[in-house]
Design a protein around this ligand. Structure first.
Ligand code: ZN
Length: 312
């Protein structure tokens, strides 16, 4: 049987995206003339647990499928990822529209490469010979990689007009105002959610994942429209040294630092937002969450301080 059928055994893989690329690249025996029938046949396979090698062998024979090389496999996955990123460029601003966004002559919104880490304030501090180390999609997987400063930490999530929402953290030094803390948390939310949306074009995260992003986004959006920065609670940790690391991200915790379970709701995944920000001779670590989620995450800051090993 064709060696790429493993993709069909994993319900988390959106196999159609892979097969579309194989069709366009004419790999593994998949091509435009048989594609519609092939996809129909794949979707008519028995449920994963009931499938046998005979089912796959029948497909093989019907469509003259052939194995792909490891090099082809990584080229195909790389292209699937590139298309996922390309097809998910959009402006996150709550007022984004064809009349408020930066548009081209055909009226299409131009999404720019936004920096999730401040380019000339933070990246320039940690850069070495024009490069920083970061994680990037490399040969179809995430890997540590040297990145040019202008390409590091970018994501396609704002038009030029609306990227200016971040001016108070791009231009002004960090002083811990409510607005700055809010914007750092918001950027952690957007950059992480944007990545997840890109990846969900080739991985099935299920409906809950979209719901989590949408529900959290609603809270941020209405706060932006009302200039209400009090919806975010931020604990600021100041490390007394310069560390050449910068982070903007969000995730959730199932347990706190003492091992107590953190019970999440089904309505919305409660996230925390983290920012690591090197300054002059000191480094700031910002731990943020929605004020309405304080009952879940309110102890984290105290616990972190008690551990007294923040540097590690
Ligand atoms: Zn916009």
């Amino acid at each position: 049987m064709a060696n790429y059928f493993g993709w069909l055994e994993n319900p988390q893989i959106n196999f159609e995206r892979n097969f579309e690329v194989m069709r366009d690249f004419r790999k593994g025996g998949i091509n435009p003339s048989m594609f519609v029938d092939f996809i129909k046949a794949v979707k008519s396979l028995p449920p994963i647990n009931d499938r046998t090698d005979v089912d796959y062998a029948t497909l093989d024979k019907q469509f003259n499928l052939t194995d792909i090389s490891p090099k082809d496999a990584s080229t195909i996955i790389g292209e699937v990822m590139r298309r996922g990123i390309e097809s998910n460029k959009f402006c996150w601003h709550p007022q984004a529209s064809n009349t408020t966004c930066n548009i081209d002559s055909s009226g299409k919104i131009i999404v720019s490469a936004a920096h999730s880490i401040q380019n000339n304030g933070v990246l320039s501090k940690i850069v070495e010979n024009g490069h920083v180390m970061g994680y990037d999609m490399n040969k179809g997987e995430f890997d540590g990689k040297q990145l040019g400063k202008n390409y590091a930490s970018i994501f396609w999530g704002f038009c030029n007009n609306h990227d200016s929402i971040f001016r108070p953290i791009e231009i002004n030094p960090f002083t811990g105002t409510a607005e700055q803390n809010f914007l750092f948390a918001y950027r952690g939310f957007v950059v992480s959610s944007h990545k997840k949306i890109e990846v969900s074009s080739w991985i099935n995260f299920g409906e809950q994942s979209d719901k989590d992003i949408n529900e959290n986004r609603k809270i941020f959006d209405s706060a932006i429209l009302a200039n209400d920065y009090s919806i975010i609670e931020t604990e600021i940790f100041e490390l007394p040294a310069f560390y050449p690391i910068a982070v903007s991200s969000s995730f959730f915790l199932d347990f706190d630092f003492e091992g107590n379970a953190i019970p999440h709701s089904d309505e919305r995944m409660e996230d925390i937002y983290v920012t690591l920000l090197p300054g002059e001779k000191k480094t700031y670590f910002l731990l943020s969450y929605f004020t309405q989620d304080k009952h879940l995450y309110g102890n984290l800051g105290v616990q972190l301080k008690l551990r007294n090993n923040l540097k590690i």
